[in-house]
Design a protein around this ligand. Structure first.
Ligand code: URP
Ligand code: ZN
Ligand code: ZN
Length: 458
């Protein structure tokens, strides 16, 4: 029976920071107390280091079709990147094909992930073809451990946009079974209209990407879905929010005790729309686009105030060749950015070190809250007795820089190239097994990641 005793670390939880020892037995945390002795355990001395719960990236897209290509990381490479960034659980999405049932899409996605992932994973269920769905499927999907159903108010050309009526039907069905609806909120018709106009007048540079998907598109869609939900009251989760206006609308409902949860991504906290004026601006095409500097400042404040619940990456990387497929034309460039490996690094360096977040906020945003929202808590996202022994040990000393060549995603660039960093992840543990130790990959077996079924709280 394997036991590991981690001594002298500083344990970072959302409610407290404690200097303590931690005993891991087999896959779980058995004991956390100031002085543990155990002659049978292997000792790991974490003096001077922080111990975080394994991070959770609640929004990734491994190997998904976008425009004329497929996002570059599959479950294999994407989870390798994840673990090097301290992410021990990802939550990815099913991809419903036209005419396909939700159950078939879930089974297909589980087949794609099974035996390929090096970290644990859960799934959200995309609902993109309403007509193909049997109503009792929502219950069956919940019974298989998937509690979050995602709808899109954009991407008509990709066959993903639902009408308001269909969104209400989904809200209704999901409410009946005790799940949550996730929303990609951008007004697709507004975007399609503006895109057509810009393209017709040959305005296809990256700056027009932002102009064709204005802040109003996000604000309107968040307001509209909340209005549709007024009659249904299903728990809602808005993904990748990028604007002050949208966050204010959703946060106001949250303050009025509605079950509305908000997500933003590191990229919306780091870049503003001026990036699209760069020569390589087309690489940064993602939906929604980057916004004004004021929006960026506001998002940081909203995180600190607890208005935004989760930071997740929307990891959807494309190589430079793939980004070039659209020949720098915004409407032909595959949209999405890498992020899973730099989630913690960006939040720690841009958030904690710049005084915008505390270490405890960081744990709340990328471990505890994603676990709570998606039915994984307290098994995941928690440093407590009986939780899975998923840990990140971080050495806050030493300086470095982000370089694509040191990252593990299957792409040849990073949006964060050259960004200065402090500290490094020295060890990562997944369910009691070291994946990284002393900065080196040490897992005896890779691809040991398991599907973690969601257990919705009552
Ligand atoms: O541009 C993005 N974000 N691509 C991934 C798909 C999505 O909308 O989340
Ligand atoms: Zn989206
Ligand atoms: Zn996404």
């Amino acid at each position: 029976m394997s036991k590991i005793l981690i001594k002298n670390g500083k344990i970072i939880r959302s409610d407290a920071i404690i200097q303590s020892d931690m005993l891991i037995k087999e896959q779980i945390i058995q004991n956390i107390s100031p002085h543990i002795e155990d002659d049978e355990a292997q000792i790991y001395d974490a003096r001077g280091h922080f111990i975080f719960p394994g991070f959770i990236d609640a929004h990734t897209h491994m190997g998904v079709p976008i425009r004329q290509t497929t996002s570059a990381d599959d479950f294999d490479t994407g989870t390798l990147a994840a673990l090097h960034g301290g992410v021990t659980t990802i939550i990815d999405f099913t991809v419903q094909r036209p005419g396909e049932s939700l159950l078939a899409s879930l089974e297909r996605r589980q087949d794609e992930a099974n035996g390929r992932a090096s970290v644990d994973y859960a799934l959200h269920c995309n609902v993109t073809d309403w007509e193909a769905i049997q109503r009792d499927e929502f219950r069956q999907i919940m019974d298989r451990g998937v509690m979050s159903f995602k709808v899109f108010t954009a991407y008509r050309e990709a066959g993903m946009q639902l009408s308001d009526r269909q969104i209400m039907e989904v809200l209704w069905q999901v409410k009946q079974v005790g799940g949550m609806v996730m929303v990609h909120a951008e007004n697709g018709d507004m975007i399609d209209f503006l895109t057509d106009k810009y393209v017709r007048f040959n305005k296809t540079g990256a700056a027009y990407h932002a102009l064709s998907r204005p802040a109003e598109a996000e604000i309107e869609a968040v307001a509209r879905v909340n209005t549709l939900n007024k009659f249904i009251q299903c728990p809602l989760y808005f993904v990748h929010l990028s604007t002050r206006g949208a966050v204010e609308i959703a946060a106001t409902l949250k303050q009025n005790n509605q079950k509305v949860f908000l997500e933003t991504c590191p990229q919306y906290l780091f870049f503003d729309q001026t990036v699209y004026d760069r020569e390589d601006g087309y690489r940064f095409i993602a939906a929604p686009p980057f916004r004004s500097g004021q929006d960026v400042q506001f998002l940081w404040q909203a995180l600190g105030k607890g208005w935004i619940d989760v930071v997740a990456t929307d990891h959807c990387p494309f190589s430079l060749d793939q980004k070039n497929l659209g020949q720098k034309q915004f409407h032909r460039t595959p949209n999405g950015l890498p992020g899973v490996e730099t989630l913690f690094t960006i939040l720690y360096n841009e958030g904690v070190r710049k005084g915008r977040l505390t270490l405890q906020d960081l744990v709340r945003l990328i471990a505890e809250e994603p676990a709570r929202r998606f039915g994984l808590f307290p098994r995941k996202g928690s440093l407590a007795e009986n939780s899975d022994a998923d840990l990140v040990i971080f050495d806050p000393q030493g300086e470095g820089k982000i370089h694509a060549e040191n990252l593990h995603s299957k792409i040849d660039w990073s949006p964060y190239e050259g960004v200065p960093t402090q500290g490094k992840i020295s060890a990562v543990m997944l369910r009691g097994q070291w994946l990284l130790k002393d900065g080196q990959a040490v897992a005896k077996n890779w691809n040991q990641g398991r599907f973690i079924p969601a257990i919705p709280s009552a």
